[in-house]
Design a protein around this ligand. Structure first.
Ligand code: ZN
Length: 118
């Protein structure tokens, strides 16, 4: 699993479920990615969680779905109190429904290469 999902290495993989036609990876962000966009202050004060679901590179021609738990945090800066979601550069670029790695493979014929490298 470490090799197959190495493209997700910025994430902490918590579970991998084989559902037959697809593989569902459950992951969360590491604990050091959150910075308020207003003042640049980092925060560890959790306001809530939400899930993002994206497609990753197929394995053995099966779809891979990655469900990532992303934190929403509250800025600790006095007077700001801005809430913001974590970003995971290189894995979950903003507003994309697919991982960056899959976008890089789009249009190529290399979709079996990840499984072959195990
Ligand atoms: Zn702030």
């Amino acid at each position: 699993m470490q090799t197959v999902f190495s493209g997700l290495s910025p994430l902490v993989i918590e579970d991998v479920a084989d559902e037959g036609e697809r593989i569902v990876v459950r992951a969360r962000t590491p604990l050091n990615t959150a910075v308020c966009l207003v003042y640049g202050a980092s925060s560890e004060r959790v306001h809530g969680y939400h899930w993002r679901t994206v497609a990753d590179v197929p394995v053995d021609e099966r779809r891979v779905v990655v469900r990532v738990r992303v934190r929403r945090l509250v800025c600790p800066t006095r007077g700001c109190r801005h809430t913001f979601r974590e970003q995971v550069p290189g894995v979950l670029d903003r507003y994309q429904r697919r991982t960056t790695r899959l976008m890089g493979l789009a249009g190529s014929v290399r979709l079996g290469v990840v499984a072959a490298s195990r």
